[in-house]
Design a binder for this molecule. Structure first.
Ligand code: NAP
Length: 325
């Protein structure tokens, strides 16, 4: 089969498109024929070993042999199943996030633990399905599980133009919240179309200095220490960070949070991803026409490096999709 592999950490050009052995499913795994995959921050982090602590998990000097094909988000068809697999049979159309398995979606075939997958809604295309796993699960983790967002509350999503934000805006409007989005100008019309009530271009205006206050701030691009952002929170508000600069997140968690808890009722939380959280719920919302995927692309399989570079440049709208079949 064809796959994109890397044997040394480095720039995206170190990814090689080549013939590799088709994998064989273990007892609890299914073999998937990959129809589509989407690009995530973690795919870039895997290839270039950034942030540096990734090396503790992916291999210190070189990537471990079993994770030399990137690709977390996958949608495809089950071709074969291991002997203990009970949830799927050959021919099933599924989607899921393979970051807890061994990545590997940037290939014609990948093996995945059955628990990493969910049947996809019949009316969802494979390209649409590949948008959901990691971004939608992080949006659910941040807004619902951690943020406990309620109708009538004011939510701000910083860095809303990517995967998490595009699903987050739609989920928040379904809940009945008032939504403000922050991103660069080219993404704001798309976010308004998804339902955002207010939009701020971060290159022109600092959302923490507008005088507005929010019940929940979700940040996909944390680039400041928590106190600087938390001045834009209501008295009992929460700042939930999903990702961004590790320096700012670690200092905020271990230095500023304990200090702030002494004299403030505002809270700071780091959102921990729950892989494949809510994919069944996403199927239901999709079937009811209540949520949609925002696709950037699709790119062809042979153009995966361009897809990754497009994501790296941060010019993408929603999810960058690669179509294998
Ligand atoms: N917590 C966990 O367990 C976990 C697990 C997996 C991933 N993650 C993290 O979750 C995040 C995923 O978010 P995503 O996929 O939605 O990201 P994304 O697709 O990269 O979107 C981020 C958006 O932020 C914008 N942006 C960049 N700098 C900004 C700034 N200073 N202020 C406001 N907006 C800015 C970008 O556009 P422009 O650059 O054009 O402005 C882009 O539209 C990543 O940070 C990832 O590392 C967390």
């Amino acid at each position: 089969m064809q796959a994109y592999t890397f044997t040394r950490y480095g720039p995206l050009d170190s990814l090689q498109f080549k013939e590799v052995q088709k994998p064989v499913p273990g007892d609890n795994e299914v073999l998937l024929k990959v129809n589509a995959a989407s690009v995530n921050d973690w795919d870039l982090g895997l290839v270039n070993a950034k942030p540096d602590f990734m090396r503790f998990f992916t291999g210190f000097f070189r990537p471990k042999k079993e994770i030399q094909i990137p690709g977390c988000d996958v949608a495809g068809i089950v071709e074969a199943t291991g002997k203990n697999v009970a949830r799927f049979k050959p021919g099933d159309a599924v989607f899921g996030d393979l970051c807890v398995c061994k990545f590997g979606a940037f290939a014609d075939y990948v093996c995945a633990n059955e628990n990493a997958l969910e049947l996809k809604s019949e009316n969802m295309t494979f390209d649409e399905a590949a948008c959901f796993p990691q971004a939608a699960e992080l949006a659910i983790d941040a807004l619902i599980d951690v943020g406990k967002l309620q109708a009538g509350q004011k939510l701000l999503i910083n860095g809303a133009g990517g995967g998490v934000g595009t699903f987050g805006v739609q989920l928040a409007k379904l809940i009945g919240a008032e939504v403000t989005v922050v991103d660069s100008a080219i993404k704001l019309d798309m976010l308004r179309e998804l339902g955002a009530d207010h939009a701020i271009d971060y290159q022109i205006e600092d959302f923490t200095r507008t005088g507005q206050h929010y019940d929940l701030i979700v940040d996909t691009k944390t680039s400041r220490f928590a106190p600087a952002v938390m001045r834009a929170l209501e008295k009992e508000g929460m700042y939930a960070t999903v990702g961004g600069s590790m320096w700012h997140i670690v200092c905020s968690l271990f230095l500023f949070r304990p200090l702030m808890s002494l004299f403030s009722s505002k809270s700071y939380r780091m959102v921990a991803q729950k892989p494949n959280n809510g994919l069944k719920y996403m199927n239901e919302l999709f079937e009811e026409g209540k949520i949609k995927a925002v696709i950037d692309g699709p790119y062809k399989f042979v153009d995966i490096r361009e897809a990754l570079k497009h994501f790296e440049s941060a010019e993408h709208l929603g999810k960058v999709i690669v179509t294998m079949q």
